[in-house]
Design a protein around this ligand. Structure first.
Ligand SMILES: C[S@@+](CC[C@H](N)C(=O)[O-])C[C@H]1O[C@@H](n2cnc3c(N)ncnc32)[C@H](O)[C@@H]1O
Length: 352
């Protein structure tokens, strides 16, 4: 999957094919304005205003407490990109907004779109990062409100991928204990417990993440425990879990941190237990990397300590820790993401 220039008329197709479109300009300016327009509309309640009714530009401006002229310009950008439909000055939600930005819908990604205000600021440090190699390390500098935006944004994405992740994760039969490392918002622990009634889950995350997490639903309240700690130093226990699940955390750690963490996770697994790594994967290819993987890798290098790892690297750490890595699973619901699962020997003390 990639983002690119789409010619809409024959003339534009011709101009593009003959190299007359100044592609760097088209790839920088419109995406910049479009991205911020979608963020602004989400933040200022434009999609919510149009959720249940069609409105004129005046009407949207009134509901959102905004300026009429500026609001209409924003609505026109959104309509041009398929977020809204417009007929004779009346606007209604278009297919993309109806699918992904309806408040309260299970597929609503508004919280993730709002999280992009933080990502916008971090990207402002890209040039400094390229020159110095010193990352933003955002976990060390978020305010309490920003932690909430971060965890809400992560939950919005997790909600989309968890049904597939749970379907494709081979939970060992008779499993009773799952550890979710970096499980922050608690959605994965909740969904695993809802799917497997005998499972109890422990969510290990930094204290600020747990303070910002939403309350757990009543049906799993007694089976999900939240523990504050740093994955790199916390006591993970000895043969305490049937499943260790770790989603979107590996890309925050460098190799010198992952190898010892892998050994502690292997120790924490019961015989026959599994370690599930869910993350973006850097693909090792002879040609250039797919766009989603390359962008994710640069972004996480900028914002954290490392970036994406290849499935083979993840499997390497699992193997060194004495586990048996399985073939990676590429997720259909998260392009560029996958599961790298490894199993601990069923024989106590046995190596794979
Ligand atoms: C990108 S979020 C992923 C959250 C969740 N696992 C998901 O996939 O939606 C990374 C999570 O790891 C947590 N985290 C980061 N560094 C950590 C550390 N050293 N120890 C424990 N948790 C950490 C963050 O607080 C955050 O909740």
């Amino acid at each position: 999957m990639r983002v690119g220039i789409i010619a809409q008329t024959l003339l534009e197709r011709l101009a593009l094919a003959t190299g007359r479109v100044p592609e760097p300009i088209v790839e920088v300016f419109p995406p910049l304005v479009l991205a911020r327009s979608i963020m602004a509309a989400t933040q200022l309640g434009v999609f919510d205003a149009l959720g249940g009714q069609a409105l004129t530009g005046d009407g949207v401006a009134k509901v959102c407490g905004a300026d009429r002229r500026a609001t209409v310009a924003l609505l026109e950008v959104l309509a041009s990109a398929g977020y809204l439909n417009e007929r004779e000055g009346v606007y209604m939600l278009g297919p993309k907004a109806r699918r992904w930005l309806r408040s309260g819908d299970p597929a609503d990604v508004s919280a993730y779109i709002r999280f992009n205000y933080l990502q916008w600021d971090w990207l402002g440090e890209l040039e400094r990062f390229i020159q110095t190699g010193i990352p933003v390390a955002f976990h060390d500098r978020l305010t309490d409100d920003e932690w909430k935006d971060y965890e809400r944004g992560m939950a919005a994405i997790a909600r989309l991928t968890l049904p597939e992740v749970i379907w494709r994760t081979p939970i060992p039969s008779g499993a009773t204990a799952l550890l979710d490392i970096g499980g922050g918002h608690g959605l994965a622990a909740t969904r695993f417990c809802q799917r497997h009634p005998n499972l109890h889950a422990t969510v290990l995350d930094l204290p600020q993440a747990l303070d910002s997490a939403p309350p757990l639903p009543g049906d799993v309240l007694a089976r999900v425990k939240r523990v504050a700690g740093d994955a790199l130093t916390a006591d993970l226990g000895d043969e305490a879990y049937d499943v260790v699940y770790m989603a979107n955390l590996l890309h925050h750690f460098d190799a010198s941190q992952i190898a010892p963490l892998a050994r502690r996770i292997a120790d924490a697994l019961r015989p026959g237990g599994i370690w599930v790594i869910q993350d973006g994967a850097r693909e090792r290819r002879r040609r250039s990397a797919p766009m989603a993987a390359a962008i994710g890798d640069l972004y996480f290098a900028l914002t954290s300590a490392s970036g994406f790892w290849a499935f083979s690297e993840m499997a390497g750490w699992q193997k060194q820790a004495g586990l048996r890595p399985m073939r990676p699973i590429r997720l259909l619901t998260a392009p560029g993401q996958g599961l790298q699962i490894a199993m601990k020997s069923r024989v106590r003390g046995g190596r794979q």
